[in-house]
Write a protein that binds this ligand. Structure first.
Ligand SMILES: [Ca+2]
Length: 145
C-alpha cells in the first residue's frame, strides 16, 4: 500500500493527464446534443417526398461542403438547403447523424480529440459572417439560423 502511495506521489502528473484524457474521451460520447432540435417539434417527416437514400445523399453533400478545413462560409451550403422543406430537413438531419467535427480547423475531425456534432452544430460553426446573413434570409423557412 505504501508503495502505491509512493508511486502515485511520484507520477501524479502522469496520472492527472491520463485521467483528464480519459475524461475528455468519455465526455465525447455525451456531447453533440443540439438545442436547435426543437425546430422539429411539430414536423411530420412522413410529409417529405424524399426517400431515405435521397436524404442520405443530401446529408453527404452537406458534409462534403463542410468537411474540408480550408473551406467554411461556403455558399454551396445554402444552395443545398434552399430547396428543402422542414420535413425534408428532418430526414436529412437524421441521415447526417452525428459526425466528428474539429472546431479549431473547421472541418472533419478525428474520433480521439473531436466531438461528434449533429448537423445543426456543424452549420453553427460553418455558417458565419456574410453567409449567415444570407442564410437568415434565404433559408428563413427552415428556422435554423
Ligand atoms: Ca469546413
Amino acid at each position: 500500500m505504501n508503495q502505491v502511495a509512493t508511486l502515485a506521489r511520484k507520477y501524479w502528473i502522469v496520472i492527472a493527464v491520463l485521467l483528464f484524457l480519459f475524461g475528455t474521451w468519455l465526455a465525447s460520447f455525451f456531447t453533440g446534443k443540439s438545442p436547435k432540435k426543437k425546430v422539429f417539434k411539430d414536423v411530420d417527416e412522413s410529409k417529405s417526398n424524399m426517400t431515405d437514400e435521397q436524404a442520405s445523399h443530401v446529408a453527404n453533400r452537406l458534409f462534403d461542403a463542410m468537411d474540408d478545413p480550408t473551406t467554411y462560409f461556403n455558399d454551396e451550403i445554402i444552395d443545398i438547403l434552399k430547396p428543402l422543406g422542414k420535413a425534408d430537413l428532418k430526414k436529412v438531419y437524421d441521415q447526417f447523424g452525428q459526425r466528428h467535427y474539429d472546431t479549431i480547423l473547421k472541418g472533419e475531425g478525428g474520433w480521439l480529440f473531436n466531438d461528434r456534432l449533429d448537423l445543426f452544430m456543424w452549420l453553427d460553426y460553418e455558417v458565419k459572417g456574410d453567409l449567415l446573413i444570407r442564410a437568415k434570409t434565404e433559408l428563413a423557412h427552415l428556422e435554423i439560423f
